[in-house]
Design a protein around this ligand. Structure first.
Ligand code: SF4
Ligand code: SF4
Length: 380
């Protein structure tokens, strides 16, 4: 796997003050700048008023059903793996109004706030997730819709990952630890006797223009080599990996196999895994009217294939058991997503493992299936 994509010709060095300036410049250019912050005993995403809002000196410990913040003995700002939220909440909001109307009035789409976003600190897995969401939600990327405009106007400052967590497996999904295409700028954070600094590579012209407004210097070879090895080492430090097998064929073979009850016996069908997943995109709609019957609204909100009513068709639910709902989720993520959208629906961020209250682990379930159902010749 090509895990390090830092191009030697473009690299610059930002110091810690330079990162703060980068955020100021993005705000000055009219972006709503969003990045990691500390809140609610987790690394959560929030609007950055300045670089002081970044989680300097905080790290995380992760495992199945486990997420703990801890203080680090340095001031790293991006040395944490995925938190409970993802960038999805900005690109595909959890709840939004589709329209409203009055009895004799016009049908009104809501006046949306279309301030463009700049995301700061996007790891490789999440950059891949943004690309997946873009394919799913904007089949026509040039469409004149609020969602397509949100993706088009997005500015991304990626953070090549140097400190993967216990549930990370992006290296085995080919989505990290280096951030792939889709970033405007990408940073590798370095902290050593030479100071706290970021090797920056420029991904787009827009990235170059923004960086031109920030004081930075040319990177030296030592810095570039140190950055490359930190990212390469991260590929070997992942706590998990997805089995190296044809997952699409595996899930197809598993459809009618007698293997799903065991995981269903543990699964609470709570839907946490789908809510935290950066690529799960399912929604439902609800209509409301006021008590006078004069005003009506339609809202869209996130939904989950673990909800019983999600499979309601013509007077009945077609996936009544936890077994059928877990099978649906995993088969879609790792199998039929390829047929629909041309890629895996899983980017290896590990959130569903962290935030599953009973610690169900998609990599363990895939490994169990691959042992029980070895490949057939005609899978490939
Ligand atoms: S399925 Fe789990 S590991 Fe894969 S992208 Fe979704 S939350 Fe991350
Ligand atoms: S796998 Fe875990 S997080 Fe997902 S629905 Fe089941 S219990 Fe909830």
């Amino acid at each position: 796997m090509d895990s390090v994509r830092i191009r030697r010709s473009d690299e610059r060095i930002l110091d810690r003050r330079g990162l703060d300036l980068l955020i100021e410049v993005l705000r000055g250019r009219g972006y709503r700048v969003v990045g990691p912050t500390v809140g609610d005993t987790a690394i959560i995403l929030g609007e950055l008023d300045s670089g002081a809002d970044l989680p300097a000196g905080w790290g995380v410990q992760t495992g199945p059903g486990l997420y703990r913040l801890h203080r680090r003995d340095d001031d790293a700002v991006f040395a944490h793996s995925s938190g409970p939220q993802s960038w999805k909440q900005y690109l595909h909001p959890p709840r939004r109004q589709l329209w409203s109307t009055d009895r004799d009035g016009p049908w009104e789409p809501p006046a949306g706030d279309e301030t463009p976003y700049a995301f700061v600190g996007v790891h490789g897995c999440d950059l891949a997730a943004i690309a997946v969401l873009r394919r799913v939600l904007c089949p026509d990327p040039d469409a004149d819709t609020p969602t397509a405009r949100r993706f088009r106007n997005l500015f991304v400052v990626a953070a090549h990952c140097t400190e993967p967590g216990g549930v990370c497996f992006c290296a085995s999904m080919g989505t990290g630890p280096a951030a792939g295409p889709g970033h405007d700028l990408a940073l590798t954070e370095l902290l050593d006797e030479r100071g706290h600094r970021f090797v920056v590579d420029v991904g787009t012209e827009a990235g170059g223009a923004v960086l031109g407004d920030v004081e930075c210097r040319a990177a030296e070879s030592d810095d570039i080599d140190t950055a490359r090895s930190a990212v390469a080492d991260a590929a070997h430090g992942m706590g998990r990996h997805m089995p190296d097998t044809d997952l699409r064929g595996l899930l197809r073979r598993a459809r009618d196999a007698d293997v799903w009850q065991e995981v269903a016996d543990r699964c609470l069908t709570c839907g946490n895994c789908t809510m935290v997943c950066p690529t799960c995109f399912c929604t439902t709609t609800e209509d409301t009217t006021d008590l006078t019957g004069e005003h009506a609204e339609r809202w869209q909100h996130w939904s989950s294939c673990f909800e019983l009513d999600f499979s309601h068709l013509h007077g009945g639910n077609v996936r009544n058991s936890g077994e059928s709902r877990y099978r649906q989720w995993m088969s879609h993520k790792l199998g039929t997503w390829f047929d629909q959208f041309g890629s895996s629906g899983c980017v290896g961020c590990g959130r569903c493992i962290d935030w599953c209250p009973v610690g169900i682990d998609i990599t363990e379930e895939a490994a169990r299936l691959s042992h029980l159902l070895p490949p057939w010749e005609d899978d490939r």
